[in-house]
Design a protein around this ligand. Structure first.
Ligand SMILES: C[S@@+](CC[C@H](N)C(=O)[O-])C[C@H]1O[C@@H](n2cnc3c(N)ncnc32)[C@H](O)[C@@H]1O
Length: 221
């Protein structure tokens, strides 16, 4: 009799990493693109931010899978804020938008409402500042410095580059830059920006990759 290999679900794999990750459980039931190790990385990074008034910015929120991880790490701090920027219309680069459109059809109602409901169900809605729109436009209105920037919006090279140029200067010294899909069979934008702009710039230190997620820290001046 052949034995089937045991395949653990996302929740089991998360809890096997430690019961301290139980606050991340809601991430498992939200549609999106994030591995267990990437989820833990977002959570640990946002937990490491200053206790008083930390600011995280997420570009590309979809239905809140990564937002829940970032917001869980911020919970319990004084005046935390996670700003989530997304048009919530399933638009994106040419490779992604057909997939977004197809998956959006399975959503009951509008994407923004699904996003907000997911954050509410996780008990994290109060930390979220939703900015519906495109990252380049939103960057023109942004004020203040950022402790953690997560880029996961349009994955084409010109757009990732634009996001990096618009937003990375706003990260404070000692703050984090996180980029998703830097290891990907289709999207070349994130990897090219990391290779051409981030890794060659001594401003960015402590670079590492977790699955397809790139993390670096802005050097202290
Ligand atoms: C890969 S999904 C984000 C996945 C999400 N971070 C998660 O973990 O589930 C990319 C999202 O970015 C949005 N998007 C596309 N272009 C954008 C832009 N210029 N600014 C902000 N968001 C954008 C897409 O519509 C989509 O919702």
């Amino acid at each position: 009799m052949s034995k089937k290999p045991l395949r653990l679900g996302t929740r089991a794999r998360l809890l096997l990493r430690g019961l301290r990750y139980a606050p991340l459980l809601p991430f498992a039931s939200i549609d999106g693109w994030l591995t267990v190790d990437e989820a833990i990385t977002l959570y640990e990074l946002s937990r490491a931010l200053p206790h008083e008034a930390p600011v995280a910015v997420e570009i590309g929120s979809w239905q809140g899978k990564s937002s829940v991880c970032l917001a869980s790490g911020l919970q319990g701090k004084r005046q935390p804020r996670l700003c989530c920027i997304d048009p919530f219309d399933a638009s994106g680069d040419g490779e992604s938008s057909p997939t977004y459109g197809e998956r959006a059809q399975r959503v009951d109602g509008e994407l923004r409402r699904a996003f907000e409901q997911n954050l509410r169900d996780a008990g994290l809605h109060e930390l979220i500042d939703v900015r519906q729109g495109f990252s380049h436009q939103q960057a023109q209105h942004w004020q203040g410095s950022i402790d953690l920037l997560f880029l996961d919006g349009d994955h084409s090279y010109p757009s990732v580059r634009q996001d990096f140029e618009d937003w990375a200067p706003k990260v404070r010294p000692g703050g984090y830059l996180v980029m998703h899909d830097v290891v990907h069979p289709v999207h070349e934008g994130p990897a090219r920006v990391v290779d051409e702009l981030v890794r060659r710039d001594p401003t960015w230190v402590e670079a590492r990759t977790v699955d397809s997620m790139f993390v670096a820290r802005k050097a202290m001046v």
